[in-house]
Design a protein around this ligand. Structure first.
Ligand code: G3P
Ligand code: CA
Length: 302
């Protein structure tokens, strides 16, 4: 085993449960998050959308169609089934279903019994935080939260994310909060909000690795930012693994930025080690994976 890590801080790289244990159970549900914590996640990742009546829910897409039975229950409602057009009560009537991306088709995982009554409903952000607190308290763990304010930029949504963290007691450094967004406008907004609410959180600019005018940077949903521009407002970048090089990580580290990669989807322990180890050699600080268990193995066997 390596004695140390090439990460910015020298600490162990972080395994982020991308939408929970989303390779196994319906994504962004309490059941999926609970399984990912049992599998050794360092942080759990919800994507956050606003409902029509102003609640934050864990949902990747801007519409409900891919992951829920909305078309069955609301067949008479014409349109694209946007989250923002449904109330929380309506969304709570839905069930999150296995998608084609799942390795398991039936919302079960061997040996796993969800602790909650309705594990595959769409949870609010507050419910995800409550589950995380309860799990940490019961198990003596310090699993963190990596919420994404889904682009496009929305000041109301950003403010509610930070307020909810504050209300639920996730405001100290030991709570391990990392905020993320593809929108550079939201990155700046979130930096202001956490300062204003006295919330201790890291912030990651998401996007694809790009070089512009000879400078490494990230292209998000609203344009390119150089790494030095990002370093002025954020603590790290979350970038598509396909664009990451040793040089990119070295440049980011030189500017004090952590580098997290999305999204690793290995289908075995062996594949995880082969896929992820080269990035750990380069100093990757953490990564998102749909397969928490395999990601855990890759880091722990490094
Ligand atoms: O947030 C990192 C990664 O999740 C970005 O991709 O589309 O799965 O949110 P996406
Ligand atoms: Ca995400």
């Amino acid at each position: 085993f390596a004695a140390s890590y090439n990460t910015l801080t020298g600490e162990k790289p972080l395994v982020v449960a991308h939408r929970g244990a989303s390779g196994y159970l319906p994504e962004e549900t309490l059941g999926s998050y609970e399984l990912s914590m049992q599998m050794g996640a360092d942080l759990i990742e919800p994507d956050l959308q606003l409902t029509r009546d102003g609640h934050l829910v864990a949902m990747h897409d801007s519409t409900l169609t891919r992951t829920t039975n909305v078309e069955d229950l609301f067949a008479t409602r014409n349109g694209n089934y946007y989250v923002k057009d449904f109330t929380l009560a309506e969304i709570k009537s839905l069930t999150v279903q296995p998608t084609g991306a799942l390795s398991r088709p039936d919302s079960t995982y061997p040996g796993f019994t969800p602790s909650m009554a309705d594990p595959y409903k769409v949870p609010t952000f507050a419910e995800v935080l409550d589950l995380l607190s309860a799990y940490n308290d019961a198990n003596g763990t310090r699993i963190g939260i990596y919420p994404e304010s889904k682009a496009p930029h929305d000041a109301t949504k950003n403010a509610l994310i930070v307020q909810t963290l504050k209300d639920k007691g996730f405001s100290d450094a030991e709570d391990r909060v990392i905020l993320q967004t593809f929108s550079k406008e939201s990155v700046a907004d979130l930096a202001d909000l956490i300062a204003g609410h006295d919330v201790s959180a890291e912030i990651a600019q998401l996007g694809a690795v790009r070089v512009q005018d000879g400078l490494f940077g990230v292209r998000g949903s609203d344009g390119f930012s150089s790494l030095s521009q990002i370093a002025a407002v954020a603590t790290g970048v979350g970038v598509s693994a396909s664009g990451i090089t040793r040089e990119f990580i070295a440049e980011a580290h030189a500017l004090g930025l952590k580098v997290h990669a999305y999204t690793f989807r290995p289908l075995s322990q062996e594949e995880a080690i082969a896929m992820i180890t080269p990035f750990l050699d380069w100093g990757l600080d953490g990564f998102f994976t749909d397969y928490t268990d395999f990601g855990r193995t890759a880091v722990d066997s490094y």
